[in-house]
Design a protein around this ligand. Sequence first.
Ligand code: C5P
Length: 289
Amino acid sequence: MIETKAYAKLNLTLDVLGKRPDGYHDLRMVMQTVDLSDAITLEFGGEGVRAASNLGFLPTGEKNLAAAAALRFAEATGKETGGLLIHMEKSIPVCAGLGGGSSDAAAVLRALNGYFGAGLSPRELALMGERVGSDVPYCVLGGTALAEGRGEVLTPLPTLPTCDVVLCKPKFSISTPELFARLDGVRLRHRPDTEGVLAALSAGDLGGVGRRLFNVFEEVLPVRIRDEIVAIKGVLVEQGALGACMSGTGPTVYGLFSDGEAARRAYEVLKGQYRDVFLTGTRESLIPS
Ligand code: C5P
């Protein structure tokens, strides 16, 4: 049996550069791993690759990204996983813009690589993950990184200075393909200052990053949803966040705090209004240096 953890990700910036002939979009995103995690257990035995979780509604077969990753690993390495049960104790909200499913898949790839002594480099594992989902390669590496292309072209960045993070997921969920389609139909008025974020990271300037958090999907949200996202951002900033933003295709909104007490207050205020609120921190790269 193997036990491991899968960490959530945030988009410090998210820019969509254009639609590609393969139907995907070219992206430019600064990504960050946070401490909020799912607990993953891999148990060998039984028949086939199966996924199970504390959430009854998640797929149990190949449609589950964690199971898909295990199958991909076996296919690519020729290692016989035999029967495998992947159990996920989910704490990362599902369909939330936090990369939970991708992170579970990445954790399975890392764990199987270690267990079978397959000796694949993090880059090779990331490449394997690309077939499972666009965010999986980043989730294999973790830390602070620039993700480009479909999300699989990764450049490690200077680590974001340590800070507290408050996450709040409103109740509604947003379809990722639908949000991409909405973007295709508009000319964006504002884009993230990605270069400014890269410079702030190089300077170790947390405030400079906080001021530049930006996600182009916020501009194309349906009005009712956008109003709620704006309201949550308002609470975070009012309570002292250095900046606040929606992550991925949402709907989770987060704020970065240099002041732990302010983060705790923001957490308490939002917890009074929403069920899925978390007070967490940032994490460095997941690959040993
Ligand atoms: O790769 P993944 O399965 O996670 O992507 C889910 C959906 O998000 C895709 O079917 C596509 O609609 C959209 N997507 C995109 N461009 C990307 C990543 C995702 O259009 N770079």
